[in-house]
Design a protein around this ligand. Sequence first.
Ligand code: GDP
Ligand code: MN
Length: 392
Amino acid sequence: MDIHEHQAKAILAEFGVPVPKGFVAFSPEQAAHAFRQLGGNNCVVKAQIHSGGRGAAGGVKLCKTEAEVRSFAATLLGKTLVTKQTGAGGKLVERLWVEEATDIAQEIYLGFVLDRKSERIMIVASGHGGMEIEDLAENDPDSLVRMVIDPAAGLVDYQARELAFRLGLKGSQVAQFATTLRACYRAYRDLDAMMVEINPLAITGAGDLVALDAKMSFDTNALYRRPQVEALRDPGQEDPRESSAHDNGLAYVGLEGDIGCIINGAGLAMATMDMIKLAGGEPANFLDIGGGASPARVVTAFRTVLTDPNVSVILVNIFAGINRCDWIAKGVVQAYEEVGLSLPVVVRLSGTNVEEGREIIRTSGLPLISADTLAEAARAAVRARPTPVAAE
Ligand code: GDP
Ligand code: MN
């Protein structure tokens, strides 16, 4: 789960990272008020969306007057900002962050990520941070400094100092950098984060360190024990298909294709998506309906899949172990009635109570397409699409 820059800054500040003073604004009037509260000096107005790359997309501006703040806020609010990271759909700007401007002498990149290879939290840093960091990571990956943290020892002081020296920091900057590193590490660990990123961590004209941007994302599987983090969720920034699935407790990931998938088990869902591709189709989503899926849950899964307007056929693939095929079949029939389904539906059932399940499908009188194997089901779904995609 992602959060906004201003929320990440508030969290990191609590742990001890220096951040500029600022205010959230939901209207040009509030932005102007923030400008006055900051003393009427130069300020930076920043679009709050769950994406980086805002600077290059026109979502960040240094403003010198209240009128400038007001007019930039008016253009930005309600606008969909498309950045390198948002995809073509962009993200709607519903709030701004107005903060005091900083005089920047140098921009450092600082990231904390989970390194799967070493199974540890890893720090990634560069003395050449800022908006071109992605180019740097691509063209000169060796210039990035990497360091893994031993979970038993935690981040130790000599590591912080070594990192500071490798970035070329001097004098009191070394201690300031160590403080920021420790704060980020604690925030990462204590809040079950997946990523903490400060880019840029600026060195000011006076030689001090301050975090001008902050990004945090969290492990959704740990949210049950982090209610204060979950409270920061902004559904307006999420894929609407995924928000509705999340609210219904379904594991759903939106994709680009048109074959809606309702499957039990993450592994089977992955295999089914592969088979769809092999058959020449594109899945519209990943959806794991989970074990013990009651007919009502199947109906909810149908509703979730149908929130995606691109879906032109639905493929139900169930290997029932804990589940029961007759429940699933009842759910499919019920979904037809309750949702007023008009799309072709391919159903492949296997496992517990498969005969009862198939009987329900057979005698339903509904235009359901039955398939025996996974490969057959995938091919049937591809064939059932109303608008076949031309072969590439
Ligand atoms: P991003 O493009 O989404 O990562 O947004 P950032 O918050 O990183 O802002 C983009 C760029 O704006 C930064 O790399 C800085 O160069 C610049 N910027 C952000 N805040 C300030 C500030 O307070 N003063 C100045 N001079 N530049 C800033
Ligand atoms: Mn940034």
